[in-house]
Design a protein around this ligand. Structure first.
Ligand SMILES: Cc1ncc(COP(=O)(O)O)c(C=O)c1O
Length: 411
């Protein structure tokens, strides 16, 4: 399913939005995060996939590979840690000045012993929050809904977080975390907003701005320097899409790329928000193989940024996502084999679906001149699920990637 968003326009990035989300804060987030040993020092690769572009009938297809951003395995490593650092700075603003480098490396742990942070998660956000809390030296409680796999639970618990499992869905886990925080005087560090709760999700989204900041620099140092005409962004509650789209919108202004948000059919809260004209809930079961995108309620804060600039919203099936994972893992002579997880593959799956449907491709303006960016937001964050779905382990795909790179060096 594909719809055009009637509210999207091509004006310059408005000042009232810039006051909340802006390139300056995104770059500051990048500097703060660079002090953390869980963030890799080098920028993440921007893979050119010429064979895929040719098959889709477009000029270029690039994939920004967030699987290698951090040992945590996903782009979420850019969100919760910086939001937690900014929360601590706000909480102690009258007593202490925190040096971000010292803070993220546990230098103030004595002061922060009594601090407990809590969040609901479908996996990646909670893992990043748990890892950041452990590094900083505060307590972390993570609320998991019924569909989060045991494999994902273990990977969060490995960072010393206390796990609470509920029988309900993602949105109920968000409510449960908010209730526990209120009862116990804990602090919610969530990637989704709700009434009266916006500062932390804003900081989470702002952290994701590191990705487009790198993309712009990578393009500037590329031979053609040609900007992307289309950016496909997968949507859970909308934070990733808002963090990336606002950066490109501010940077390129009226020349911004066309933005297309891709969601699972069963968790289409952003698609439904575009139909209704306000942040609303999904129509489906909210149970998808794309675990990170299985969110039933759009973040109202993210929606504030998405509504005026996302040109199209589309949904894909679980099967589309799995096929995209398999295609990317396989690679071709000119396209490297890539480890892309279930939610990570959604943007690429969105391009595939449109390219196979000429009418829809025309509707979003995909032509032989189009230069398309997709973001792989995770690698094999649930390694057993990855192996089952792809029919090969992530290690084996990575070994083939190494061979492919050596082949390139020889050619
Ligand atoms: C791998 C991955 N991609 C994309 C998303 C979507 O991000 P958001 O919920 O901010 O829209 C998530 C969310 O958890 C995720 O884990």
């Amino acid at each position: 399913m594909l719809i055009k968003n009637p509210q999207a326009s091509r004006r310059a990035y408005p000042d009232d939005l810039r006051a909340v989300m802006n390139i300056k804060s995104a770059q500051e987030s990048g500097i703060w995060l660079s002090h953390w040993n869980q963030i890799n020092r080098s920028v993440t690769p921007l893979w050119d996939l010429p064979d895929a572009a040719e098959a889709f009938g477009i000029a270029q297809l690039c994939l920004k590979d967030e699987s290698v951003r951090s040992p945590l395995g996903s782009f979420k490593a850019l969100g919760a840690p910086v939001a937690l650092m900014r929360l601590i700075a706000r909480l102690w603003s009258s007593e202490a000045m925190f040096d971000p480098r010292v803070l993220i490396n546990g230098g103030y742990s004595g002061l922060l012993e009594g601090l407990t942070v809590i969040s609901a998660t479908d996996g990646n956000h909670g893992k990043s929050l748990a890892a950041a809390a452990q590094a900083i030296g505060c307590r972390c409680v993570i609320v998991l809904h019924a569909n989060v796999s045991v494999e994902r639970e273990k990977s969060i618990a490995a960072y010393n977080a206390e796990i609470i499992r509920i029988s309900g869905n993602y949105d109920e886990s968000v409510e449960h975390a908010a209730h526990l925080a209120q009862t116990n005087g804990w602090h919610v560090v969530s990637d989704t907003s709700y009434e009266g709760y916006e500062a932390i999700p804003r900081d989470v989204m702002q952290g994701y701005g590191v990705i487009p900041d790198e993309v712009v620099a990578q393009l500037e140092s590329s031979p053609s320097k040609a900007p992307f005409t289309h950016v496909f962004l997968q949507g859970g509650v909308g934070g990733l899409a808002a963090g990336i789209a606002t950066y490109f919108w501010e940077h390129y202004g009226v020349q911004r790329p066309t933005f297309i948000v891709v969601e699972p059919q069963q968790a289409d809260c952003l698609y439904q928000s575009a139909i209704e004209g306000y942040a609303t809930t999904a129509t489906g079961s909210v149970d998808s193989v794309m675990a990170g995108l299985a969110c039933g309620e759009a973040s109202p804060l993210a929606w504030k940024f998405l509504e005026p600039c996302v040109d199209h919203f589309m949904t894909i099936s679980d099967d589309d996502a799995v096929k995209a994972m398999q295609t990317l893992a396989r690679g071709t002579e000119r396209d490297a084999p890539l480890v892309v997880g279930e939610s990570g593959a959604a943007g690429y799956a969105g391009v595939t679906v449109l390219a196979q449907n000429p009418e829809q491709a025309r509707e979003v303006g995909l032509t032989s001149e189009s230069r398309v960016l997709v973001i792989s937001t995770e690698g094999a964050t649930a390694p057993n699920t990855y192996s089952e779905l792809v029919g090969e382990s992530a290690q084996s795909v990575l070994a083939r990637q190494q061979e492919w790179l050596q082949g390139c060096a020889v050619r």
